[in-house]
Design a protein around this ligand. Structure first.
Ligand SMILES: Nc1ncnc2c1ncn2[C@@H]1O[C@H](COP(=O)(O)OP(=O)(O)O)[C@@H](O)[C@H]1O
Ligand SMILES: [Mg+2]
Length: 510
């Protein structure tokens, strides 16, 4: 059975005497272009989840079956489900007019997401649904549309063999993606490699979903449950408010013609007060420097994460600052929200308020940071560089007594030890202050320490571990002591293995 989904009649039959020509879109080419709006797997999944949440789902499962000849991904919800008429409408590209008012908790807008998000990843979209126990099902098959050039979906009967169809409850919806050409990354021949590739992509999407929907998962009663192949996912709260030591300012409100925007500034807790795992999860794969900034929510769904939206630079000074911005869906036209809900342009009044917030925030964070900076430098274990404040000047000087220099120096003949200390002194006196200054003023976030290669790391670690072992520190304490060093921390996975190796060698020597 099929259903025709041609353009709406009002559009197709133009007014009375006007001279007209038929300009009905070609199904085959228009539906293809829906594939390339620019979704990634994670934004596509998020769009499907939006629909489930709007349908009142409290439990959404992402399912994957990748090892078979016909791999599939499913998104199963326990929302209100659809009647057959609802379903046919839902499958229509442009099922809703973007200008229509929507319920406050409706995360949709263009009537496109289900189709465009799915087609961005697959060629076969099946939606199975049950409302009050009554089953309906339909499939868009892009290959069939390409063949027939018809806006036609295939309808399904209950009991047809379709993936996970038995998992549907009395009410709920299951979206199935098959013919995963895009998700397969071009790997078609080798089923194992293809499954691995898709698994990796889904694993990356996992963090995105935990972040995008964290408020539904944490604030709602009952909370939204999100599962990936049976494993319950935890929300990621980007403001770290569950950790002691975070700072939350009061909520600031801006009333506009189409609704109110709310702002709230947060400062993350200092990294020493949370566990390494929590700290890394908060920072995400891009790290804290790149995760600072505005977090913009539309109807509590995150649409922009960690960007100053051109109002400030992402610098070390503001690394811990995150500003939550809440906008209602009634303001979509003011914000110029895009189909993927991945970007929005700010109305001038909101932008102005944001600029003020940024200014205030960078002033306070500068102070906190400077206080912390002082403490950090004072407390940091065995700094390679000393920061010396004298007569209104600040001097950075490498410490020739640092274990990494001292250990090497000890192996030199006596006459060369002085010379070596002088060479280290030369390094200190020739820090390129003027050019550093210019770089920090221009592009602070791009100024970085040089990457240390393994040999350098090993030498540094060996010298420092030696001293710490002598001081009687246990392995875990040594790791903690070395973690703050940027050279180790920036590559902690391999650095910690290296350090452990050296610790065990040292202990054997004893
Ligand atoms: N999981 C679902 N449960 C119930 N209804 C759904 C579901 N997914 C989609 N729909 C229906 O399909 C319509 C079209 O969805 P979509 O193409 O994403 O556009 P939009 O979300 O902008 O309305 C929705 O408005 C909704 O009525
Ligand atoms: Mg939608």
């Amino acid at each position: 059975m099929v259903a025709r989904l041609g353009p709406t009649p009002e559009l197709a039959t133009a007014a009375s005497k006007m001279r007209t020509a038929d300009a009905t879109p070609h199904a085959a080419s228009l539906i293809q272009s829906l594939r390339d709006i620019g979704y990634s797997c994670e934004t596509a999944l998020a769009d499907i989840l939006d629909n489930s949440i709007t349908a009142g789902a409290r439990r959404i499962e992402i399912l994957s079956e990748l090892t078979t000849a016909a791999p599939a991904i499913g998104i199963l919800d326990d929302g209100v489900g659809m009647t057959l008429d609802d379903l046919v409408e839902a499958m229509r590209p442009g099922s809703r007019n973007p200008l229509d008012d929507r319920a406050a908790d409706d995360l949709g807008r263009f009537g496109l997401g289900l189709k465009s998000a799915s087609f961005s990843q697959c060629k076969r979209l099946t939606v199975l649904t049950r409302k009050n126990g009554v089953f309906s099902g339909a499939t868009w098959d892009l290959d069939a549309v390409a063949r027939t050039n018809r806006w036609e979906i295939e309808l399904h009967e209950e009991g047809e063999a379709l993936p996970w169809a038995d998992r549907l409850d009395r009410d709920g919806t299951l979206v199935v993606w098959r013919s995963l050409d895009r998700l397969s990354g071009g790997i078609e021949a080798d089923a194992h490699a293809r499954a691995q590739h898709i698994n990796r992509t889904i694993a990356q999407a996992e963090r995105h979903l935990r972040l995008v929907f964290h408020r539904f998962m944490a604030e709602d009663n009952p909370p939204l449950q999100l599962l990936l192949n049976g494993r319950r996912l935890d929300p990621i709260n980007p403001f770290g408010t569950e950790f002691a030591g975070h700072q939350a300012d009061r909520v600031d409100r801006l009333d506009m013609a189409h609704g109110s925007v709310e702002f709230q500034c947060f400062t993350l807790p200092h990294h020493k007060t949370v566990s390494k795992a929590d700290w890394e999860e908060l920072g995400g794969p891009e790290g804290h420097l790149r995760s600072q900034g505005f977090y913009v929510y539309r109807g509590r769904r995150l649409i922009i994460a960690g960007s100053w939206l051109g109002l400030a630079r992402q610098t070390e000074l503001t690394k811990l600052c995150r500003i939550r911005v809440d906008i209602p869906n009634t303001m979509d036209s003011d914000w110029k929200i895009d189909v993927k809900k991945a970007s929005a342009q700010l109305p001038p009044k909101v932008r102005e308020r944001m600029r003020l917030l940024v200014e205030r925030l960078s002033l306070t964070s500068k102070r906190t940071y400077q206080r912390r900076g002082q403490k950090l430098v004072d407390q940091e274990y065995m700094p390679l560089w000393h920061r010396i404040q004298r007569d209104g000047a600040i001097i950075y000087r490498p410490d020739p007594a640092h274990p990494v220099f001292a250990a090497f120096s000890a192996r030199l003949p006596a006459d060369m030890q002085n010379e070596f200390a002088n060479i280290i002194g030369v390094l200190g006196s020739s820090v390129p202050i003027a050019s550093l200054h210019a770089d920090f003023a221009g592009c602070a976030e791009e100024v970085q320490a040089d990457d240390a290669d393994e040999a350098v790391l090993r030498q540094l670690a060996r010298a420092m571990v030696g001293v710490l072992v002598e001081q009687g520190l246990a392995a875990e304490d040594i790791l903690d002591a070395l973690h703050p060093f940027e050279m180790f921390r920036s590559n902690w996975d391999s650095a910690s293995i290296l350090i452990r190796e050296i610790i065990s060698e040292e202990n054997v020597h004893e």
